[in-house]
Write a protein that binds this ligand. Structure first.
Ligand SMILES: [Zn+2]
Length: 55
């Protein structure tokens, strides 16, 4: 997943990773260091495994 700060003009992004809690911790640290930076866009990706079925 990835996360991006939505504070106007900030542009901060967390390091991408599969660990949701780890990305959340980065956001919390960013919010604690920067007043009013309290809203983040979080994006999730998933993986599809496709198996061919023979008929
Ligand atoms: Zn920010």
């Amino acid at each position: 997943m990835s996360a991006q700060c939505l504070h106007e003009g900030c542009g901060w992004e967390a390091d991408k990773g599969d660990d949701v809690a780890g990305v959340d911790r980065q956001c919390m640290r960013h919010a604690s260091l920067n007043a009013y930076h309290s809203m983040f866009r979080r994006s999730f990706e998933d993986v599809a495994i496709v198996q061919q079925v023979r008929q």
